[in-house]
Design a protein. Structure first.
Length: 265
C-alpha cells in the first residue's frame, strides 16, 4: 500500500473508494471478514453485530423525484433503434417512460428492404411447437417494445437484461401506445434530438414508417388509429383556439390596467 497515492481520487481494483483507502493506510484498522469492500475501525464493538460500511461508486437508481416524474415521448419522426436505446437506458436508471404515436416512428432504409427483413423474421419459429415462440408482434407499439426489450434469448444486441429481476422491473416502467390515448393527449410531450430522423439522416436518404410496415405485415388497426387521431386533433384545435382567445383577453386587461390608470410621477 505504500505505493498508492491517496491524494488522487483513485480506487483499488475491487472498488474501494478513497475514504476507505485512507482508512486502510492507518495501522489501527482491520478488514471485515464478510466482504473485501468493508473496512471497520479497531474500536471495540459488540459481538452480536459487526459494523459493515460498504461503499459503492455508482448510484443504484435515480433520486425519488426523478422516479416519480413520468417522461412522455412523442415517437413521430424518431429513428427506431436510436430511440429504443435511449428509452432502454432511462428505464434501467429507474425512470418511467411513456412513448406515444409509435406508428409515426421511422426506420432508416428503403421500405421494401425493411419489409423483406421483417418477413424473414416472421419465418423464424420453433419447428416442433411454434406456440412456444418466438412471438411476432404486428402492432407498431409492440414492435417498438420488442426492440427495447431485445431478443428472447440472451444476445449482445439486446438492450435490456429482461431475464433478470432488474430487467423485468425496468420493462414494467415502459408504456407504449399507438396514437395518443387519454390522459396523455393533454400532457406535454417531449422529443429526443439525438434520435430525430431530420438530425441523424441526410435529406436524400430513404426511410420507412413503422405504421406502414406494421400494416403490411398484419396490423389491422391502422384506419381506426388514424380516425381517432383525427378526432383528437380537432379537439386540440378547438382547445388551442379558446386558449389563444383567453390569452389575448388577459393581455388586453393587463395592458389597459397598466397604462390606463397610471399617472405621471
Amino acid at each position: 500500500m505504500s505505493g498508492l497515492d491517496i491524494r488522487k481520487r483513485t480506487r483499488l481494483p475491487w472498488g474501494i473508494s478513497a475514504h476507505a483507502q485512507n482508512a486502510l493506510t492507518n495501522e489501527n484498522t482491520e478488514s471485515c471478514s464478510r466482504s473485501p469492500r468493508c473496512v471497520t475501525s479497531a474500536a471495540p464493538v459488540s459481538r452480536d453485530k459487526k459494523p459493515c460500511d460498504k461503499t459503492s461508486s455508482f448510484p443504484r437508481r435515480l433520486p425519488k423525484m426523478a422516479e416519480v416524474q413520468v417522461l412522455v415521448l412523442d415517437g413521430r419522426g424518431h429513428l427506431l433503434g436510436r430511440l429504443a436505446a435511449i428509452v432502454a437506458k432511462q428505464v434501467l436508471l429507474g425512470r418511467k417512460v411513456v412513448v406515444v404515436r409509435c406508428e409515426g416512428i421511422n426506420i432508416s432504409g428503403n421500405f421494401y428492404r425493411n419489409k423483406l427483413k421483417y418477413l424473414a423474421f416472421l419465418r423464424k419459429r420453433m419447428n416442433t411447437n411454434p406456440s412456444r415462440g418466438p412471438y411476432h408482434f404486428r402492432a407498431p407499439s409492440r414492435i417498438f417494445w420488442r426492440t427495447v426489450r431485445g431478443p428472447a434469448v440472451r444476445h449482445p444486441t439486446g438492450m435490456l437484461p429482461h431475464k433478470t429481476k432488474r430487467g423485468q422491473a425496468a420493462l414494467d416502467r415502459l408504456k407504449v401506445f399507438d396514437g395518443i390515448p387519454p390522459p396523455y393527449d393533454k400532457k406535454k410531450r417531449m422529443v429526443v434530438p439525438a434520435a430525430l430522423k431530420v438530425v441523424r439522416l441526410k435529406p436524400t436518404r430513404k426511410f420507412a414508417y413503422l405504421g406502414r410496415l406494421a400494416h403490411e405485415v398484419g396490423w389491422k388497426y391502422q384506419a381506426v388509429t388514424a380516425t381517432l387521431e383525427e378526432k383528437r386533433k380537432e379537439k386540440a384545435k378547438i382547445h388551442y383556439r379558446k386558449k389563444k382567445q383567453l390569452m389575448r383577453t388577459l393581455n388586453w386587461q393587463r395592458t389597459s390596467r397598466g397604462w390606463g390608470g397610471m399617472e405621471p410621477v
